[in-house]
Design a protein around this ligand. Structure first.
Ligand code: NCD
Length: 346
């Protein structure tokens, strides 16, 4: 088979994206490759392709979100799918409707795929048991946030101009005990070859390191900075109780906040990332937030591209990916695409 048209190795039946482990190393690399294609699409004058026309993507957000929700909606629209959006406020949840009944209502309204965010760990897995459509986990409590990990790995790959993260020394710093971003990213970064060190005050360590493929865990940030190529800062999950596990926010910032002084201890060109929303002055200073090596804006932009790849893969299936000619010059549209784009434009 032509290498440009291979499908996710051994994952041809991938139905849902609930965890980074659903993909494995081959699947992660393949998803990066599909994202490259949608990056080319997104650079076109009309950054839209008709591949999911007639499909409806439901975004069921039972917890607040800015970038994840907007980027799933933007991704669906760039693929020409219709969207249905659900947010807790303004919904019948306030009239006592259950989580299951709400999901079944969204299902009955004709969603072809459901993107779920929920404050409880395991909520997306539960939805996947209730409905027969593809389900994407957009963050479930402190458990996982697989598309965040995909967009982060894609952003690193783009910044390094490398296809793998082999040997990259990454420090993931902050609220390890509550952050779903930490768990998904550690799984993805390690699977792509990075050497990950976890850094946090003892009270914010995970209960166990089982299932965390890391090099080491430490309370001390400063001594490792000189040997770190990328610092990935986590937001303090105050709404999940992180505040109660720290003497004070000020003390946390004094020891773990990335300031210009700490950033200067890192090797030249070292990268800084954060999933957002950033608490400036807590996890990083405004000065660090504005550094050219701080990739927060790139992470957000790439969120749309990886979510296009995920939605396309789940809805078009391996045959769809197989049929997608990723080797061609994306500025040259196929006849069918050109016709559809003219129709969309008119
Ligand atoms: C994260 C989330 O909600 O899990 N944000 C995001 O999706 N970009 C990180 C966070 O809120 O800490």
């Amino acid at each position: 088979m032509d290498p440009s048209t291979t499908v996710i190795a051994g994952k041809s039946s991938l139905r849902n994206l609930l965890s980074v482990n659903d993909l494995g190393a081959d699947g992660l690399h393949e998803m990066m490759r599909i994202t490259d294609f949608f990056a080319e699409v997104s650079a076109r004058p009309i950054p839209k392709v008709p591949v999911l026309r007639g499909k409806t993507i439901a975004c069921a957000f039972f917890e607040n979100s800015t970038r994840t929700r907007l980027s799933f909606e933007a991704a669906a629209k760039r693929l020409s799918a219709d969207t249905m959006s659900f947010g807790v406020s303004g919904s019948s949840i306030s009239k006592g409707e259950s989580f299951k009944d709400t999901i079944m209502t969204i299902d009955s309204l004709g969603a072809d795929a459901i993107v779920v965010r929920h404050p409880s760990a395991g909520a997306a897995n539960q939805v996947a048991r209730w409905v027969s459509k593809p389900v994407v986990n957009a963050g479930d409590g402190s458990h996982e946030h697989p598309t965040q990990a995909l967009l982060d790995c894609y952003t690193i790959r783009e910044a390094l101009k490398e296809k793998s993260l082999s040997g990259l020394r990454i420090a993931v710093v902050g609220d390890l005990s509550h952050s779903r971003v930490a768990r998904s990213n550690v799984l993805a970064m390690s699977a792509m070859g990075a050497v990950v060190t976890l850094v946090a005050p003892r009270t914010l360590w995970p209960a166990s390191l089982d299932g965390w493929p890391v090099h080491e865990i430490t309370c001390d940030l400063d001594p490792i900075l000189a040997h770190t190529d990328l610092v990935y800062l986590l937001r303090l999950q105050v709404e999940r109780g992180a505040g109660g596990l720290l003497p004070s926010l000020r003390e946390y910032t004094a020891t773990y906040g990335l300031t210009a002084r700490r950033a200067a201890m890192m090797p030249k060109g070292a990268l800084v990332m954060h999933p957002g929303p950033v608490n400036r002055g807590v996890e990083m200073s405004s000065e660090v937030a504005e550094m050219p090596t701080t990739l927060v804006g790139h992470q957000v932009a790439n969120g749309v591209l990886v979510r296009m790849a995920v939605l396309y893969y789940l809805l078009a299936g391996p045959e769809g990916v197989d049929a997608m000619d990723v080797s061609r010059d994306a500025s040259v549209l196929s006849d069918a695409e050109s016709a559809s784009l003219v129709a969309l434009d008119g």
